[in-house]
Write a protein that binds this ligand. Structure first.
Ligand SMILES: [Zn+2]
Length: 145
């Protein structure tokens, strides 16, 4: 039997200390090289256009990943990103059928091939992109365009 309880494990002070990614990074990290071709990027699975970066992953309602049905019963598995420069917004912003209370949404397309990649959600004080994960791929920058 385990003595694990959510209450004790959710308290940060009681968690075992894990080696942090920060401390294992080489000292030269602050000088990030924009031309680094091995830097991971998130790109359009259809045309390989760079859409966003893994470090733009963010959470909405406490989670990065969400699954939703649209009004037509189609299931989407989406991930939240704070920015997606490779997207182009399309159509009119609306709060109809919104998945996140208080947020208006607008369709986000791949800026190159115009495939539907997800939605941009915006409230009075926050903006994020909810992107359809199986339409994206993550890999080194030199595999994207
Ligand atoms: Zn594309």
């Amino acid at each position: 039997m385990t003595t694990w309880t959510p209450a004790t494990c959710l308290r940060p002070g009681t968690l075992p200390r894990e080696p942090s990614a920060e401390s294992s990074r080489p000292a030269s990290a602050p000088h990030s090289r924009p031309k680094d071709k091995s830097r991971p990027v998130v790109f359009c699975r259809t045309c390989r256009h760079t859409i966003t970066l893994p470090e733009h992953r963010t959470t909405a309602s406490g989670s990065f990943r969400h699954t939703f049905f649209n009004p037509h019963g189609v299931l989407f598995e989406i991930g939240c990103f704070s920015a997606a420069d490779g997207c182009r917004l399309y159509g009119t912003e609306t709060t109809e059928f919104t998945w996140f209370a208080g947020f208006a949404w607008q369709v986000a397309l791949c800026a190159r091939c115009a495939i539907h990649l997800g939605w941009r959600f915006r409230s009075a004080d926050a903006t994020f992109f909810a992107l359809i994960l199986d339409r994206l791929q993550e890999g080194p920058a030199d595999t994207a365009e």
